[in-house]
Design a protein around this ligand. Sequence first.
Ligand code: NOJ
Length: 527
Amino acid sequence: MGQWWQDAVIYQIYPRSFADGDGDGTGDLAGVRSRLPYLRRLGVDAIWFTPWYLSPLADGGYDVADYRVIDPAFGTLAEAEELIADAAALGIRTIIDVVPNHVSSEHAWFTAALAAGPGSPERERFWFRSGDERPTDWVSSFGGETWTRTKNPDGTPGEWYLHLFTPEQPDLNWNHPDVRREHEEILRFWFDRGVAGIRIDSATMPVKDPSLPELDEVEQHPYVDRDELHDIYRGWRAVADSYDPPRMLVGEIWLADAERFARYLRPDEMHTAFNFDLMGRPWAARELRESIRTTLAAHAPVDAPATWVLSNHDVTRPVTRYGRSDTAFSFASKRFGVPTDLELGRRRARAAALLTGALPGSLYLYQGDELGLPEVENLPLVALQDPMFHRSDGLDPGRDGCRVPLPWTTGGSTFGFSARGFGPWLPQPDDWGSHSVEAQELDPDSMLALYRSMLALRRDLPRSFQWHALDSDELLAFQRGEVLCLVNFGPEAVRLPPYQEVLLCSDDLTDDRLTTDVAVWLRLVHH
Ligand code: NOJ
């Protein structure tokens, strides 16, 4: 028996948008608790909550004001503890988000730093710099500048502070012992409350080159993937390992270099990291095969399981992405008004579910993808909240379109999202009910039914993985023991090889032929 996280299915909950128990239009912990039976029936092993802590929500909760307080919009600490226990009773583990790169500008450390003024020890926990010029020309991950100038009490311009994201997310100084100590205490605070693991936000960014050079002045990037990070995560691993059972670390690591990526997964660092390579590839056999190969090859030497991720709260929903001419995800190419064939996208998203579900390692599933929700692209501009939209002067549609509150029922003013009361924090499209759990529950051809069957069958797949002889430029073909997974990317239908049983198919099979953009799991004939 391996460890649970080696092949777990982890369901990502964006709490604002999952289910609203108190009817104020914002999802909450009561809503999640009421839907735990749904998650159990879906067949997930763990849930990962994007930040649920006290936050002014300048970046959807990734601006944490206090790690030891649940945001009142979501509930209370006692409710979080009960939720963790209720989920555990159903066999579902809880993973929470930790955001080491920055805190909210309303965090007590930052307000103290502002109040204490230049040269104070309070400011040393952040990156404050004096001078008339901005200290560097680094560009924010959300576009725009990375330094904001403070004001002195007399109104004159004061020091600058660094924020790789929004000005409401000041970057912490990881050379400061308080920062390190505090984060290890935060881990313990939550591990003591039964949390099974943590997701580490923007995990390659917390350490900076203290000389603050421009990007082109140095060989090592001044703030991405710096070597000093590994020691921090070794410290976290030691904390995780001091628990029984040991807790798990999963890192958000966007790195093109597979070898650098794998360094975070050495045996005394993180257990796993999100593999975003697959999501960044176009829908084509050659590309996806290359991604699977390099992923498996990079993980082998460090003996860490791969992860498979089709989407999350930051990226365009697969049904929409796969219905476009450019099917690869990239932040840089997000625009309004891209022509989309949702029917095509849905067919491919179904195939992609069977493809990723068949791969060895752990699988991340973003809420609503099991319903095949499309990206909502016609939200009223005034409703958009994401800083990526606002900081790009409206060029980038931002990430609100994948964060629209879920539809649970076919009708009702919020499609079952809110128990009663106000409209949801982001408006739902008029046809949202057709994607609802209620609409799909009894339909054997629905996306929900496909996910449920896939997740159930996935449990029986052996660890082994082998490419199959049929694998070609147009057909992905690999075996997990006796189960063969085929995905047809070519224009022609492909005849199935001899088999004992069709376990799953993302669409209809006609005369034993697999048509374009369809995936199948076959139980092969014994030899
Ligand atoms: C990555 C998170 O997934 C994203 O939602 C957030 O905006 C940034 N990190 C900054 O914390």
